[in-house]
Design a binder for this molecule. Structure first.
Ligand code: FAD
Length: 449
C-alpha cells in the first residue's frame, strides 16, 4: 500500500494490545486499504486484529431500505473476515461513545479507521478521539488517489483536478495484495462471532433490501461483471440515455463501500475489446468526477448549503429570485411524482420504485426543482431531502456535489442568462427530447412507484 494513504490523526503513545480497525465507510473485506494497513500493523507488532463496526440508530436521512442494504452487506463482510480469522465485532449506539468504550474494553493498542469528509463522520471522530488512549490512523480507501494527497484546496472544476489525478495515477492505481488467513485471531480478547440468531434478528429488524440491488460484496462483484460485459462496451454511446442505459448501476455498492472503486478501475483497464472512448469516459466518472466530489466536501464545510456556491452563482440566483416561476411545486407533488412534467414524474417514480435514478435524469430532476421552488435555498433543501432519503446511494459526497452543481453552479461556469436560473446552467424538456426517447421512458415509469 502506498504509505501516503494513511495519516496519523491522533498521536498517542504506542500501546500493547490488539489492533482494531473501526470500519465505517469501506464496508468490505476485499480490496480494502484500511484493512491492509491494519493487518500490516498487527503483524509488525505481533498483535491480533479485529474489525469493529458501530450501527448508529439514525443516520442523516437514511431510511429502512438503506439500513437493510447496509446490514445485509455487513453480514457477508463479517463472514468473509471471520473466514480469514479476523473477528468482526458489531456495536450499536452512538459511535462517538460506543467505539471508545469498546476500544477501552479490548485494551486496543492501535486504531485504524476510514477517512470520510462528511459532517456526521467528522463529528463522530471529533467526539470519539478525546476518549481514545491509543494512536489512531486514518486511511483513504475510497479514492484511487487519496483526497488529501491530490490537492490541499477546493478545486475549481474537473478541469483543474483532472491533471493532478492523472499525474498521480501511476503511483496509486496499484494492485491489491491477497489477504492471508490470520493465525493470531484466537487470542483476541472479545466474544466470538455474532450468533446466527442475532444476525437473523438484526436483518429482520430492517426488513428486505431493495429488490433491484442485492446487497453484499459478492453481489457488487456480480454487478461489476455484468457491467464489464454489457454496459462498458456501449458506455461511450449510451451512458446518457435513461432508456436501456449503459451505466454501471454500481453507485449503491460504491457508496456503502461494498466495492472498491480502485478494483473497478483495474478491471475496466484489463477488459478486452473496449474502445478508448468507452474506457476513458467511464474512468472520468469513476475517478475524476467521483474524486472531485470528495475534494468538494473535504474542503467545503457547508457543502450542503448555498454557502457552498461560487460567488457568481450566488449573485445571479439572488438577482433572479423574484422572477415568476412557471409552477410552484408543493412537497406532496414532488414526493409522489405528480408535477405537470411527465418526464420529471417518471424519473421520480423510477427513484421511488427502485431506489435509483439514472445519472442524466438526476441533473434534469434537480434543475426542475430549482425552477419550481421559491428560491435556491428551498430547492437545495428539497433536492437533499428527496435524494438522500430515496436514493440508495444517497448521503454521499457525489450527491452533495451533484446537487450543488445543479442548484448553485459548483464546478460549472456561467451560461447565457435565463429566467430563474440567471447564468446558472438550465436544462429543458425539449433538450431531453432531443437526447433520448422521452416517450419510451415515461411509458416505462409513469405508473411505477
Ligand atoms: P456510472 O455512470 O456507471 O458511473 C460509475 C460511477 O462513477 C458511479 O457509480 C459514481 O460513483 C461515479 N460517478 C458517476 N457520475 C458521477 C458524478 N456526476 N459525480 C460524481 N461521481 C460520479 N451519486 C451518488 O453516488 N450518490 C448520490 O446521492 C448522487 N446524487 C446525485 C444527485 C444529483 C442531482 C446529481 C446531478 C448527481 C448525483 N450523483 C450521485 C452522481 C451520479 O449521478 C451518480 O453517481 C450516477 O448516476 C450513479 O449511477 P451509476 O453507478 O450507474 O453511474
Amino acid at each position: 500500500m502506498h504509505p501516503a494513504r494513511a495519516r496519523l490523526i491522533h498521536n498517542r503513545p504506542q500501546q500493547q494490545g490488539p489492533v482494531v480497525y473501526w470500519m465505517h465507510r469501506e464496508l468490505r473485506a476485499a480490496d480494502n486499504w484500511a484493512l491492509t494497513f491494519a493487518l500490516h500493523q498487527a503483524a509488525e507488532r505481533g498483535q491480533a486484529l479485529c474489525v469493529a463496526f458501530c450501527l448508529a440508530k439514525t443516520y442523516s436521512l437514511a431510511t429502512l431500505p438503506h439500513f437493510a442494504f447496509l446490514v445485509h452487506g455487513l453480514r457477508h463482510t463479517a463472514s468473509a473476515l471471520e473466514g480469514l480469522g479476523i473477528p468482526f465485532v458489531l456495536l450499536r449506539g452512538d459511535p462517538a461513545l460506543a467505539v471508545p468504550e469498546f476500544l477501552r474494553a479490548a485494551k486496543a493498542g492501535l486504531v485504524v479507521t476510514d477517512a470520510d469528509p462528511t459532517r456526521l463522520k467528522r463529528q463522530w471522530l471529533a467526539q470519539a478521539l478525546p476518549r481514545i488512549d491509543a494512536p489512531v490512523w486514518e486511511v483513504d480507501g475510497r479514492n484511487v488517489v487519496p483526497a488529501r494527497v491530490v490537492s490541499d484546496k477546493r478545486e475549481y472544476m474537473a478541469r483543474t483536478l483532472r491533471p493532478k489525478i492523472h499525474r498521480l495515477l501511476p503511483e496509486y492505481l496499484d494492485a491489491f495484495p491477497a489477504l492471508e488467513p490470520q493465525p493470531g485471531a484466537q487470542t483476541f480478547p472479545w466474544p466470538g462471532p455474532l450468533p446466527r440468531a442475532d444476525w437473523e434478528a438484526l436483518l429482520a429488524e430492517f426488513g428486505a433490501p431493495p429488490a433491484a440491488f442485492p446487497p453484499g460484496e459478492a453481489a457488487a462483484q456480480a454487478q461489476l461483471d455484468t457491467f464489464l460485459r454489457t454496459g462498458l462496451p456501449r458506455y461511450a454511446d449510451d451512458r446518457n440515455t435513461p432508456v436501456d442505459p449503459a451505466s454501471s448501476l454500481l453507485s449503491p455498492y460504491l457508496h456503502f463501500g461494498q466495492l472498491s472503486a480502485q478494483r473497478v478501475a483495474l478491471e475496466v483497464l484489463a477488459a478486452r475489446g473496449i474502445s478508448t472512448e468507452a474506457r476513458d469516459g467511464f474512468l472520468e466518472q469513476l475517478i475524476v468526477r467521483r474524486e472531485l466530489a470528495e475534494n468538494f466536501c473535504l474542503h467545503t464545510p457547508n457543502y450542503d448549503t448555498p454557502e457552498a456556491f461560487p460567488a457568481w452563482a450566488t449573485a445571479t440566483l439572488a438577482k433572479h429570485e423574484r422572477d415568476p416561476r412557471p409552477h410552484l411545486a408543493s412537497e406532496a407533488e414532488l414526493d409522489a411524482g405528480e408535477t405537470p412534467d411527465a418526464l420529471w414524474n417518471a424519473a421520480q417514480r423510477q427513484l421511488l420504485a427502485t431506489g435509483h435514478m439514472h445519472g442524466w435524469l438526476r441533473m434534469y430532476w434537480a434543475k426542475q426543482i430549482v425552477l419550481w421552488s421559491a428560491d435556491a435555498e428551498t430547492a437545495m433543501a428539497r433536492c437533499l431531502r428527496l435524494n438522500d432519503s430515496l436514493s440508495l446511494d444517497g448521503r454521499d459526497v457525489n450527491g452533495y456535489a451533484g446537487i450543488a452543481w445543479s442548484v448553485g453552479g459548483v464546478h460549472d461556469r456561467p451560461w447565457p442568462e435565463r429566467a430563474v436560473f440567471g447564468t446558472v446552467r438550465s436544462m429543458t424538456f425539449s433538450g431531453a427530447v432531443r437526447k433520448f426517447d422521452v416517450r419510451a421512458f415515461v411509458a416505462r415509469w409513469s405508473g411505477a412507484a
